[in-house]
Unconditional design. Sequence first.
Length: 291
Amino acid sequence: MDSGLYDRLGRLKLAIDKKSFSSMTGSRKSVKKGSSAEFSDFREYMPGDDIRGIDWNAYARLDRLYIKEYMEEKESFVSIFLDTSASMDYGEKTKFSLMMELAAGLSYISLSNMDHVRLYDMVKMDSPYSASGGKAGMKNLTTVLDRKTAAGSADILSAVKRSGRIEPGLSIICSDFLSEDFLPGSDTFAELIKYLSYMKQKIAILHIMAAEELDITMNGTVNLIDMEDKESRVKVTLDDAAIRDYDKAKNEFIQELKKACKRYGAAYFLCSTGESFDKIIFEKLMPLYEW
């Protein structure tokens, strides 16, 4: 990303409506009272209070001493869960590369606003990466993303539950969700959202699909190989009828995910590798930002 793009990203701020419990200074509303510029409430003066907080206008009207309280500003937490399974390594521009771009962009936005970023690799959940301290934390985070590869398989629900205690904030799940666990009729996707909601998360689903998956251009008879177990194969003749059947199943799959998000309060975004990074970050993800 060039400096011009960084400048544009730095003007954005993720909307996180969960109050921060963090002890680190940042730019988010905290459950604690502090000394920021944002007024919170009045309370009666008590011996030992800083007299600089007394509201003398209230004293003139009420003949009683009141202290102005202000909202303390702390960092909030942005948790980004990355599906690094082999199925993400598909497409002329791979789903994996788009996911890495979006993870980098959203991390930069978060760090620019003094939020704390946690990256979770849902294939290798044993070593999450944390970054904080503003834009300076971006250099090492980018190195971590650059070293990731797409291989193996991911159990997304199990991976998220293994993340342990997540601080209240925003959780972003990035995946193609191409697993039998998420097919129409399964409750796994709804369980995933309900679990994150229970953990006091605002939830964003980045459903990343290849342009070639959304618009079939192959034709004739082809052998399809499972990218994750390398053993499962199916021979398919891609005629008009087969493509219609595929499109119907694909649309039902997408609609089921959308409905579950709407039902349980998560934001859903379908991100195609056929779309530019700019279009996704600066247009499609607009509902994620604070204005």
